[in-house]
Design a protein around this ligand. Structure first.
Ligand code: PRT
Ligand code: ZN
Length: 213
């Protein structure tokens, strides 16, 4: 049986369009945006699975998919033992700590004993531990920016791109703890036939990137 690479992409969100464009520029055709959860390429031995981004590292670890595209923030937060194969240069953002605009800030030590709301408890926890700061981390899955205004936390730690969401919630960015972009991840030990296909894919991705620079 000839081998096929199974590639997990975000179904619908900030990574989806650029992920699809990347494969298109690599000359790999498949149906996208039809609502289907799976699509087989018509001209490359690859099959695409459309999933929630948070689930992608786990599927790659378990071998349900051989490769995936996720934000580095999600790959690191989930802590799954997957290999980062290549940085893709899109969906750039940062994970930052923000506090109410009117609050004074003299440094990360100000967070000692405070409550911080975030969807990234592991990234934040590791950062605070490295800085020797003991704070209470409240994990919430969405709308993190409203936490200070409803009295849930004194600070937030969330993804920032333009900064306009922080601004419109009366918050100011005081510390960047992680910088992220989309990455191609792979299962640590791919079989030789799949590795050969990955090498072929990587060659095309690098050519596309080189043509843009
Ligand atoms: O449904 P699913 O679980 O698949 O998607 P999702 O809603 O969890 O993720 P999605 O599509 O929002 O983001 C996917 C990935 O895009 C993230 O993991 C990041 O790696 C990357 N990315 C890039 C961003 C942003 N930019 C971004 N701005 N992820 C989220 N945001 C959010 C942020 O959480 C905040 O609410 O946008 C808001 C801030 O944006 P600005 O421009 O106002 O600063
Ligand atoms: Zn998600």
């Amino acid at each position: 049986m000839s081998s096929v690479l199974r590639i997990a992409l975000q179904k619908s969100g900030r990574l989806s369009e650029d992920s699809y464009q990347l494969f298109k520029e690599c000359g790999i055709r498949f149906d996208y945006g039809t609502g289907k959860l799976k699509s087989v390429s018509s001209n490359f031995p690859a099959e695409f699975l459309f999933l929630r981004d948070d689930d992608i590292p786990g599927y790659v670890e378990d071998g349900v998919a051989d490769l995936g595209i996720v934000g580095e923030n999600v790959a690191v937060e989930t802590g799954r033992p997957v290999t980062t194969v290549h940085k893709l240069g899109f969906s750039k953002c940062r994970l930052s700590i923000a506090i109410p605009r009117g609050t004074e800030w003299s440094g990360i030590q100000d967070l000692h004993g405070k409550n911080i709301a975030t969807s990234y408890p592991n990234l934040l926890g590791n950062y605070l531990a490295g800085e020797g700061v003991q704070a209470e981390i409240h994990e919430i899955s969405g709308s993190v920016e409203i936490a200070p205004s409803i009295g849930l936390a004194e600070a937030v730690c969330d993804i920032v791109s333009s900064g306009s969401t922080l601004l419109s919630n009366g918050l100011k960015e005081v510390e960047t703890i992680f910088r992220s972009e989309a990455i191609l991840i792979a299962r640590p030990e791919l079989a030789a036939d799949k590795q050969a296909l990955l090498d072929k894919l990587l060659f095309r991705i690098k050519s596309v990137q080189a043509a843009k620079n």
